[in-house]
Design a protein around this ligand. Structure first.
Ligand SMILES: [Cu+2]
Length: 500
């Protein structure tokens, strides 16, 4: 059964199978059930307006230069999002968001991971070019109560805005929405952007709370669409307030660490200058942007100009990404961060450089691959007997099956086709890629991206194909998948074996 037929059959009556009903009912809040039915939905109110806070950095325990060593312990913890209500969460070193890891290109990195969350987990270094056996992929789970040393040397020439999060088989979505994710910044040895611009991570997460303060499990609607919470948080706070002097130009690293939000963001009258994407700098700063777009898991490096006194709010704009079933949340005009610009003026900064770096034209591929994203909403007889499956080339993920075979250094074009009626953000492990063009599947119209950029996740809009220029530089097994985490867990994922 395809998605539309499922909608017609299922949404009118919400006649779920018994298994689906059992999957969805326990712990579901009244408000959420109403939300799922498409009616009124009263989310708990969260306090807003606290003073903005930066995420604290993970301290470097290494003593020699060019090395970074630390440990990360994932464990159950508690947070108080609503005063007086204690929420069980998952945290790294007691923090959610997890501590910021800041390293330099070329560094030797050693991180001891201790898993105390009560089930398997991993740490995936999202966007960081690490060897395949250090990638924290689902094939190498870390059992509860055990430790694992991750170690890798960062290549010289890679700097970017990355992050880390769990990637255990079929448990990624829950572990991330319960709190396990942090930023991982790789700095160039010589940063072309003056230090006076600062460097502030804005880690965006998505929180849903039941009336008792707990985080309800995913519903069937969440499995279909990806989990959309009730509150977007920045560095763990709802709409905190940052006060700056007039004339401030501030560098922000935007990290979409939500399970499934397509974030189209504006700062009102304060314009963005684009500096970089997932895999580091653009070739030149792009000033005068009134909005930015971050599909799930993507990052942007930007400077925002707060020229004149006043109030500026980072908030979501409408974006149509496709929605299945009832209960589509109102995801526009959500306030993320309020910036109060005082009348005192900041000292002027040196200008941004005219050029940031060169990004190579990848040239023509020697291999072309076609990957087709699919949604199968069939009943209990459906794929794998799970009732709902997300697929690539009609197959659900199987970690014992290699889907593609590649070679180190080989330039490939991956045409990721999305004939479904919902956008899917596509992520490839191992190395950044470039978007060559988007193709409209109906008209064949081809749209190149506005500029060269290194990405590790790209939105594949519904009814389109994304042609990606992919080159893996290290051997081993790599995952590729939709980064709506519920879709990943339901099987929209595959494995490429990169041969030396
Ligand atoms: Cu998806």
């Amino acid at each position: 059964m395809d998605r539309r037929s499922f909608l017609l059959a299922g949404a009118a009556t919400l006649a779920l199978t018994r298994a689906q009903a059992q999957m969805n009912m326990p712990g579901m809040s009244h408000g959420r059930m109403q939300g799922m039915m498409g009616g009124a939905y009263d989310a708990l109110a969260l306090p807003e307006g606290a003073v903005f806070r930066e995420v604290s950095k993970l301290a470097n325990q290494a003593t020699k230069p060019g090395a970074f060593a630390a440990s990360l312990t994932a464990a159950n913890a508690r947070a108080e999002f609503v005063p007086g209500l204690s929420t069980p969460i998952l945290a790294y070193n007691g923090q959610s968001p997890g501590p910021l890891i800041e390293v330099n290109e070329g560094d030797q990195v050693a991180i001891q991971f201790v898993n105390n969350i009560g089930e398997i987990s991993t740490i995936h270094w999202h966007g960081v070019p690490v060897p395949a056996d250090q990638d924290g992929a689902a094939m190498a789970p870390v059992a509860d109560g055990t430790e694992r040393a991750y170690s890798f040397t960062l290549p010289v020439g890679f700097a970017g805005t990355c992050w880390y999060h769990p990637h255990p088989h079929m448990k990624t979505a829950e572990q991330v929405y319960r709190g396990l994710a942090g930023a991982f910044i790789v700095k160039p040895k010589q940063d072309p952007v003056p230090a006076g611009y600062g460097d502030t991570v804005l880690q965006i997460t998505d929180l849903r709370l039941a009336a008792d303060g707990s985080m309800p499990p995913d519903t069937m609607i969440d499995h279909m669409n990806g989990r959309i919470g009730d509150h977007l948080l920045v560095n763990g706070l709802k709409n905190p307030v940052l006060t700056v002097a007039a004339g401030t130009r501030r560098r922000f690293r935007l990290l979409n660490a939500t399970n499934a939000r397509f974030l189209r963001l504006s700062f009102g009258a304060a314009p963005f200058t684009l500096l970089g994407t997932d895999g580091g700098y653009l070739e030149a700063p792009v000033p005068g942007q009134n909005e930015v777009f971050l599909p799930p898991a993507s990052r942007l490096d930007v400077v925002v100009d707060f020229a004149e006194p006043g109030s500026f709010v980072l908030q979501t704009l409408a974006y149509e990404h496709g929605w299945m079933g009832p209960g589509r949340p109102d995801d526009t005009s959500q306030k993320l961060l309020s910036v109060k610009v005082a009348t005192t003026r900041s000292a002027p900064l040196p200008p941004l450089p005219a050029r940031l770096r060169d990004i190579e034209n990848p040239g023509e591929p020697v291999v072309t691959r076609r990957l087709v994203l699919g949604e199968n909403m069939g009943g209990m007889g459906g794929m794998g007997g799970m009732g709902m499956a997300m697929t690539i080339n009609n197959r659900r993920f199987d970690m014992n099956r290699v889907d593609l075979t590649s070679k180190v250094g080989q330039l490939e074009m991956w045409e990721v086709s999305n004939p479904t009626d919902m956008d899917h953000p596509f992520h490839i492990h191992g190395n950044s890629f470039q978007l060559r063009e988007l193709v409209d599947l109906k008209t064949g119209a081809v749209t190149p991206p506005p500029r060269r950029a290194l990405l590790d996740v790209v939105n594949v809009p519904r009814g389109h194909a994304a042609r990606l220029m992919v080159r893996q530089m290290l051997p081993g097994l790599r995952m590729y998948h939709c980064h709506i985490l519920e879709h990943e867990d339901l099987g929209m994922m595959g494995l490429v074996n990169v041969q030396a």
